[in-house]
Design a protein around this ligand. Sequence first.
Ligand SMILES: [Zn+2]
Ligand SMILES: [Zn+2]
Length: 130
Amino acid sequence: MTSDQYRDDGCVAAPELSGVAVIAAADGEIDEPTRAHLQVCPYCATRVRQMRQMQTRLRRQFYRLFCPTTDLLVDYCQGLLDPYQRTVITHHLATCSCCASEVALMESIEPVSDMVAPRAGVFFALRHTR
Ligand SMILES: [Zn+2]
Ligand SMILES: [Zn+2]
């Protein structure tokens, strides 16, 4: 039963940190006992590091939740949005490399709408040369 504490890849300073302590430590909220534990226990230090990586990934996904839809970005590229929406998206593009590169990609593609909606195409071209 107790041999569990002495696994090679296990916690070397049992009791190992609880899940809550690992999450708190990943958040930078490290109290003294946790700090002392992490200094001697590579296993738990790894758990904290992994938790931090996961949180970073989650945060990135969460951040992406606030991104405009691709449809909106297409409209933005074609100059079809109202001024308010444009401002919001312009601001968003300044802070979001995901969407900025999506827009750059769209702007590098010839507008296919030429045949269906010539005016939108002209609008696009005008915007593009500004
Ligand atoms: Zn440990
Ligand atoms: Zn975005």
